[in-house]
Write a protein that binds this ligand. Structure first.
Ligand code: GAR
Length: 212
């Protein structure tokens, strides 16, 4: 039975994109660290099993991660997808799920790891921004990259406007990466991920566009 566990902390729009993508899986379990996460209601309404491990009930990161791992292991998932899960995970947790733990991050990694990615990109004046799906390793936001999508940065962008443009791209690439995983098309070797039978377009993205 193909099982996906999705970890969320908030509104869960990436989780929703995964649930609505018609992925080749039998069972989805959505777990939040926050009982008030909006995404939990959406997940239940879309037929996923839901659970909550409230991080505020634990004295340490290790204790929280151990409880989270117990809940995850009950479902024996093939893959765990972090989707706006805003807790830093301990090295032990990451190692336990090595090779079957994916994350989506709102920047073109390795640029802008961490928080406030859109604000920082605008402050730096970058012209192209985007999002990344990667395997999670102990080095936060530095794991092997599966897929990235680039979007242009427009002159009048605010962090919110840029975030919503990037989010649309997130909703396309995360289901794609998870589908590849379940189709066994991802080969992980060190820091490198190869995707079998993937189409790579030989095109260049210019932003701003070129004109003389
Ligand atoms: C998404 O933009 C995701 O990339 C980001 O949080 C947002 C969650 O939105 N994740 C991170 O910043 C992780 N470092 P969502 O709850 O609507 O999917």
């Amino acid at each position: 039975m193909e099982t996906l566990v999705i970890l969320i902390s908030g509104r869960g729009s990436n989780m929703q994109a995964l649930l609505e993508a018609g992925l080749p899986i039998n069972r989805v379990v959505v777990i939040s660290n926050d009982p008030d996460a909006e995404g939990l209601k959406i997940a239940a309404s879309l037929g996923a099993l839901v659970a909550c491990i409230d991080h505020r009930n634990f004295q340490s990161r290790e204790a929280f991660d151990a409880a989270l791992a117990d809940e995850i292991d009950r479902h024996q998932p093939d893959l765990i997808a972090l989707a706006g899960f805003m807790r830093i995970l301990t090295d032990g947790f990451v190692l336990r799920y090595q090779g079957r733990l994916l994350n989506i991050h709102p920047s073109l990694l390795p640029a802008y790891p961490g928080l406030q990615t859109h604000r920082r990109a605008l402050q730096d004046g970058v012209k192209i921004h985007g999002c990344t799906v990667h395997f999670v390793t102990a080095a936060v936001d530095h794991g092997p990259i599966v897929i990235q999508a680039a979007v242009p940065v427009m002159p009048d962008d605010t962090p919110q406007i840029l975030a919503s443009r990037v989010l649309q791209a997130e909703h396309r690439i995360y289901p794609q990466a998870v589908r590849w995983f379940f189709q066994e098309r991802l080969k992980l070797s060190g820091q490198m991920v190869t995707v079998s039978r993937a189409v790579v377009h030989d095109s260049v993205i210019y932003s701003p566009g070129l004109q003389d």
